[in-house]
Design a protein. Structure first.
Length: 162
């Protein structure tokens, strides 16, 4: 079994725990408390720096290697999310159609909720077809914050979809 490194960081978007193997990031989660485990690695540090750079608008994508484990359907959704350009959004139903499940908008939302790498896999870019934000595993305020960072001008009933 591969050794897992983890460290908790205070970032501009909040407190996050980052988990990694020797070669890839495997999980990011928002946490309530920063606990210095001293079990981080150069890779977890790099991911934390990139998240802060993203939040400050210095980068629009991530260079850290990662692996997202999930079902085939979840992986299709997460790959579709990675295709949404910075500063844009797509609806859950648009994503469902793109991956060949036109009636699967709710399942797409569930896959977004199970995303093991929020921010890196931009599930915050998935919204409802009426333009409302929908949910976000770490709270809608974080989703709104990430969308605003990317330049989305949020208002009631407005969708920033292609």
């Amino acid at each position: 079994m591969e050794k897992i490194f983890n460290e908790t960081y205070l970032t501009e978007i909040g407190k996050i725990a980052i988990y990694a193997t020797e070669s890839k990031i495997v999980k990011i989660e928002y946490v309530d408390n920063v606990v210095n485990t001293n079990n981080g690695s150069k890779l977890t540090d790099k991911a934390a720096f990139e998240i802060n750079d993203f939040v400050h608008g210095k980068i629009k994508s991530f260079s850290v290697p990662y692996e997202a484990k999930g079902t085939d359907f979840q992986k299709k959704v997460w790959n579709a999310l990675l295709q949404i350009p910075y500063g844009k959004t797509k609806t859950y139903s648009q994503i469902a159609s793109e991956i060949g499940s036109p009636k699967g908008a709710r399942a797409v939302g569930n896959a977004c909720n199970q995303n093991p790498l929020p921010i890196i896999i931009p599930c915050h870019r998935a919204i409802h077809k009426d333009g409302s934000l929908g949910g976000y595993a770490s709270g809608v305020d974080k989703k709104k914050y990430l969308l605003l960072i990317e330049g989305n001008k949020l208002s009631a009933g407005t969708c920033f979809c292609d």
